[in-house]
Design a protein around this ligand. Structure first.
Ligand SMILES: [Zn+2]
Length: 205
C-alpha cells in the first residue's frame, strides 16, 4: 500500500504501538520485566514502558527521520533512566530490536556513565565535597549527571546533590540547599533531631 501524503493532516492515523524489547531488570529485591514500546504520533516519536507502575519511564522526540532511528536515541535515555531508578538489565528479550542490538545500547550507556563518573572524580578536592566527607556523609561522584557528586541526605534515604563547581548542595525531597555553612548547619540539625527522637523513644519505653 502506498502511503498517503497529504502534508497537513498526517496526525489522523498514528502508527500503532510496537514492542521494542523487554528488559529483565535486577531490581535488588526481585527481577522485574520492563516492557518497552514505541509509537509515532502527531510528529512525535515516543518510547515508553507498558509495564505496571512504570508509566513514568518514557521519553520522546520530534519525528525527524525514521522511527527506528529515533528508537536508538530514545532507548539510550530509557536504559540510563532504568539503570538509575530501577536496576541493571540482566537479560533482554527481542522485539523490534534484536537482543544483540539492545545489549550494545546497554553497553554504550554503561560506558557513558563510567565516563561521566570519571569526569566528576576531578572535583574530589572541591570544598563542598571535602566538607561532606568530614561530616561523615556517604558520598561519591555521580555517574548520571556531569558536575555533580551525590551523598545520602542525613537520616533519610534521599539523594543529596553536591555541585562542586559552585560549592552548593541541594536535597530535592527536603527542599533544602545552600553553601558550605548551610550544609554544616543542616547536618547538625538533622543529627540533633535524630538524637532527640532516640532519647524520646527511650523515655517512652
Ligand atoms: Zn533530604
Amino acid at each position: 500500500m502506498s502511503k498517503h501524503k497529504s502534508g497537513g493532516r498526517a496526525a489522523e492515523s498514528p502508527s500503532p504501538p510496537e514492542m521494542v524489547c523487554t528488559l529483565v531488570v535486577d531490581a535488588v529485591i526481585d527481577e522485574i520485566e520492563v516492557e518497552i514500546c514505541c509509537q509515532r504520533t502527531d510528529g512525535v516519536d515516543r518510547v515508553f514502558s507498558t509495564s505496571r507502575g512504570m508509566d513514568w519511564l518514557r521519553t520522546e522526540r520530534p519525528s525527524v527521520s525514521t522511527l527506528t532511528y529515533s528508537i536508538d536515541t530514545l532507548l539510550f535515555s530509557m536504559i540510563a533512566m532504568c539503570l538509575r531508578y530501577v536496576g541493571y538489565p540482566v537479560d533482554v528479550r527481542a522485539g523490534l530490536l534484536s537482543k544483540k542490538h539492545v545489549e550494545a545500547i546497554i553497553n554504550s550507556v554503561c560506558f557513558e556513565l563510567e565516563e561521566i563518573k570519571k569526569e566528576n572524580e576531578v572535583w574530589r578536592e572541591a570544598e563542598i565535597v571535602i566538607k561532606a566527607a568530614h561530616l561523615g556523609l556517604a558520598l561519591e561522584a555521580s555517574n548520571f549527571r556531569r558536575g555533580t557528586w551525590v551523598a545520602c541526605c542525613p537520616g533519610t534515604n534521599h539523594t543529596l546533590d553536591l555541585q562542586p563547581k559552585r560549592n552548593l548542595f541541594y536535597c530535592g525531597y527536603c527542599r533544602v540547599g545552600g553553601g558550605i555553612d548551610k550544609l554544616d548547619e543542616f547536618v547538625a540539625q538533622r543529627r540533633r533531631s535524630k538524637a532527640a527522637a532516640f532519647i524520646g523513644g527511650r523515655i517512652l519505653h
